[in-house]
Write a protein that binds this ligand. Structure first.
Ligand code: HEC
Length: 728
């Protein structure tokens, strides 16, 4: 035990229960959160995680007077690319705590926005390459005078809530050198342990969560979500023994299998159960992963774990033999509902797969499941809890139209439950995708491995089978895409805020948010009959909770994709959220997002009654097309090969050609001469690794790098000629 650590323990004991100890969340406060309506103690406010604020000063009668109160800087401060702000803040005794990209953490005065401390774990920037969907953090945890935050590169850190200094930290990763694990999900305190999961299924990892003693960081237990190769080691516990029976003899153990836990977990102190949602498979295409078609436990499942010993109490699998990148990692809400005249302790979730699930959270028994958006992979869920497959969405033999998409009917943007209206408010999305198998699937080290491809939303209006798509598609396959799309009424994207009755399992109202993906952020609901949601277009919008009537809209000029919270300091009710676009869509910003119009960077924004107009960020400056290097710099054969390598290794972040306005990353088809001159030192030498552009020397040869550059120069020459032609 370090000296600093010992001193802190003494201070904690002395200040037990006293509000003078910052961040002093206790089991009692966690359990009886309603006694303290002005606090927001965990990501979902209390253990119920319903994101329901009992405060009523702000209500449907005065919401139009809600205005800007303060803002506080939450930039990532790394290179030029700003990253997504997906976290929900926590507010304890007048201090707001929030995590940011890479696993940074900030504490600010919740009344003024004045920064109290900022913690930067100084993560090795090359870990950026290991994140499928941006280097985000979805939140931290505050407990007993400490702030627990997980870093992108796998450390779980306990900070002193008063000063932001490290008390202890532990490395949570296995196989760091060979496996692309990252952490983007929040840790959670469950009584005496702090538990954290990880991300990385697309790259091929074996999911697990680990419980650490929250006082010392000593490891107490680890629970894997999928089995390991039985030829290498026996199953770790009974749960793994049972899981192993659901995987066939040809399972591709080397791929890790996935099942990562990257969303919010919940801890129910009454039942002493930790609820954990697991993710998708690696690779998605089941025939490449385990041709037996077994259930593949515990992919896409909700697990109830005893936090004292890390043993599984029950599980509920939503999608046996997952093949669509469906996940059960979306936020879970605990509530007491009367169903068929019986009081039930329930757990509710609206996961990617489009069904709204109500489970008995003591036993895991399915109470009901109904589609909350259009679904075509299953026609329902039977009385034993198994989905009834339609076969329509199976893309093994031919491309298939699949509803919902990999983006989900609902994704990580948290939903909320209002105890007064009895409604759950879901940031929902109706959208189709065409999925197709990779026939010649082969493991690609150091990159995403899905065994399949997907095209989202509507095929372009003028889609012709021969048309060049984002990936290399032979004409025959493209024809099949068009056929698959025709089998469904509409592949178009519709985003909406959905009010769902979890007892009747039906829609009460919806507010359309437009035809662009990921426009709606996480949701807050309040006892003032309000639902409050940010948008990627850069507004905070306030609705009546009972009817969905829009009451007020505040322009902030920055996308709000995380969930707002509400709290009280000195008798004033505030609403606060972090703003900043990013996440899976950073490489291809949706046309409507504020990030296409304004400089995009992290801001914590707070609002109060009688507040003013929110300041807007400066306008976005488009990336010009500088004069390209001369044609002698490349050979056509190199450029052709480079196009394929670019699509495989670079487009995932840098996006396509000519999208300078529509990507958070530099458009590589518009590089200045000075950057062309040092291309290799960036791509192979890791010159920009500290700002998130890792070296690719482990997977690309100098000839590969030259080929990619050749392709980029060829395209830049076309772009340059086009832009010169359009100049007045
Ligand atoms: C995981 C995301 C990611 C991937 C994948 C990626 N990059 Fe980058 N790249 C970045 C980031 C972030 C920056 C900006 C760094 C900075 O702010 O200086 C960048 C910058 C660059 C730059 C400098 C651009 C400029 O205008 O200065 C070059 C060149 C580059 N990348 C090449 C590549 C190539 C080639 C590939 C594929 C082999 C690739 N990148 C793949 C994240 C990525």
């Amino acid at each position: 035990m370090s000296r600093r650590h010992a001193v802190l323990v003494v201070a904690l004991l002395a200040g037990c229960g006293s509000p003078s100890v910052p961040g002093n969340v206790t089991l009692d406060r966690w359990r009886s959160g309603d006694a303290e309506p002005g606090q927001w103690l965990g990501l979902g406010r209390t253990y119920r995680a319903d994101r329901f604020s009992p405060l009523v000063a702000l209500s449907d009668t005065n919401a139009n007077r809600l205005g800007f109160a303060w803002e506080s800087d939450a930039r990532s401060r790394r290179g030029r690319v700003e990253h997504g702000q997906e976290a929900t803040p926590i507010v304890v005794d007048g201090v707001l705590y929030v995590s940011g990209p890479w696993g940074t953490a900030i504490a600010v005065d919740a009344k003024t926005g004045r920064q109290i401390w900022r913690y930067d774990p100084e993560v090795d920037g090359s870990y950026g390459r290991r994140a499928c969907c941006d280097v985000v953090s979805r939140g931290l945890s505050v407990w007993g005078g400490r702030v627990y935050v997980a870093t992108l590169d796998g450390w779980l850190v306990a900070l002193d809530a008063a000063t932001g200094t490290e008390v202890w930290k532990v490395d949570t990763f296995e196989d760091r050198d060979t496996r692309f694990y990252t952490i983007t999900g929040p840790p959670i305190v469950a009584k005496d342990v702090v538990v954290v999961g990880n991300s990385g299924a697309e790259f091929g990892v074996r999911g697990y969560i680990t419980g650490y003693d929250r006082a010392t960081g000593a490891r107490k237990w680890r629970f894997y979500t999928v089995p390991g190769d039985p030829a290498k080691a026996p199953p770790e516990n009974d749960a793994m023994k049972r899981a192993l029976e659901t995987w066939g003899p040809k399972t591709d153990w080397a791929s890790g299998l996935g099942g990562t836990v990257w969303g919010e977990m919940n801890y129910d102190p009454e039942l002493n159960l930790l609820y954990v949602g697991t993710g998708n498979s690696t690779p998605y295409a089941g025939w490449h992963r385990d041709p037996s078609g077994g259930d593949n436990l515990y992919l896409v499942s909700i697990l109830a774990i005893n936090p004292d010993d890390g043993q599984l109490r029950w599980h509920y699998q939503q999608v046996p033999w997952e093949i669509w990148d469906y996940t059960a990692t979306m936020n879970m809400i605990l509530a007491d509902l009367t169903i068929d005249g019986r009081p039930r302790q329930v757990l509710m979730q609206a996961p990617k797969n489009g069904f709204f699930y109500v489970l008995d959270r003591a036993t895991g028994e399915l109470i009901s499941a109904k589609p909350y958006v259009y679904v075509n992979w299953a026609s329902g869920v039977d009385s034993t809890g198994r989905p009834i497959l339609t076969g329509k969405a199976n893309y093994r033999d031919r491309p298939a139209a699949v509803f919902p998409t990999q983006a989900g009917g609902h994704n990580w943007q948290p939903m909320a439950f209002n105890r007064q209206t009895g409604l759950v408010y879901i940031p929902a999305r109706e959208q189709g995708m065409i999925m197709f198998t990779e026939r010649e699937y082969r493991w690609l080290p150091g990159d995403v491995n899905m065994g399949s491809g997907a095209i989202f939303g509507d095929l372009p209006k003028d889609f012709k089978p021969s048309q060049e798509l984002p990936m290399q598609v032979p004409p025959e396959l493209a024809r099949q895409f068009a056929d698959a799309a025709r089998a469904e009424p509409s592949m178009a994207t519709r985003e909406f805020l959905l009010a769902w009755d979890p007892i009747a399992q039906r829609e009460r109202w919806r507010v359309p948010l437009g035809a662009t993906e990921m426009m709606g952020g996480g949701v807050l609901t309040t006892a003032g009959n309000l639902v409050i949601q940010g948008t990627a277009a850069g507004q905070l919008v306030v609705y009546r909770a009972d009817t969905g009537e829009k009451l007020h809209e505040i322009d902030v000029g920055t996308a709000i994709i995380g969930a707002p919270v509400s709290y009280e300091v000195d008798g004033v009710q505030y609403v606060a959220a972090v703003a900043g676009f990013g996440g899976a869509l950073n490489p291809a910003l949706a046309p409507g997002t504020a990030a296409t119009r304004y400089a995009n960077y992290g801001r914590i924004l707070a609002f109060a009654l009688g507040g003013g107009v929110a300041p807007l960020p400066p306008k976005r400056t488009p990336q010009p097309v500088p004069e390209p290097p001369p044609a002698e710099w490349y050979r056509e054969t190199e450029a052709a090969r480079g196009a394929g390598l670019f699509a495989q290794r670079c487009a995932r972040c840098h996006g396509g050609r000519g999208e300078a306005q529509l990507s958070a990353y530099p458009d590589l088809h518009r590089l200045p001469a000075a950057t062309h001159a040092i291309f290799d030192s960036i791509v192979l030498g890791g010159k920009l690794a500290p700002s998130g552009m890792a070296s690719f020397a482990d997977v690309l040869t100098p000839a590969d790098s030259r080929a990619i550059q050749a392709y980029l120069i060829r395209e830049q020459r076309v772009l340059f000629a086009e832009s010169a032609a359009t100049k007045p």
